[in-house]
Write a protein of this length. Structure first.
Length: 122
């Protein structure tokens, strides 16, 4: 799994998996196995802000610190991401209702506009 950095941030590795490069740029955070299971997941916007999809085992303080780190380093991180994926940043999030569940839909910032669905329940 490609790591954005070899060192940990707030005790967590920041990385992405080869399977998740079909989505827009995002960052997984985990102190254990570098997989999607059990990790926190942050989608990154074009200004460096991030949207938390899954908190994993992180507490609120760790989430804030990692989001600040992402904001301060997102352009450098994007260079690494772009070696593996042609997908861009997260442009916007819309919340919608489907089958009685609240879900989020995001739109990629890309050469061609593509949509993806984040299966997330509130």
């Amino acid at each position: 799994m490609p790591k954005y950095y070899e060192y940990k941030i707030e005790g967590y590795y920041l990385y992405f998996t080869s399977f998740c490069t079909i989505e827009c740029m995002h960052v997984h955070a985990s102190d254990r196995k570098l997989t999607e299971a059990g990790s926190a997941k942050f989608f990154v916007k074009e200004n460096g802000d991030s949207v938390l999809q899954n908190r994993g085992l992180l507490n609120d303080r760790e989430i804030r610190k990692i989001q600040i780190f992402i904001k301060n380093n997102y352009l450098e991180m994007y260079l690494k991401w772009s070696k593996y994926s042609q997908k861009g940043f997260l442009r916007k999030i819309e919340v919608y209702q489907e089958d009685g569940l609240k879900k989020m839909q995001g739109v990629l910032l890309n050469v061609r506009t593509e949509k993806f669905f984040i299966d997330n329940t509130f």
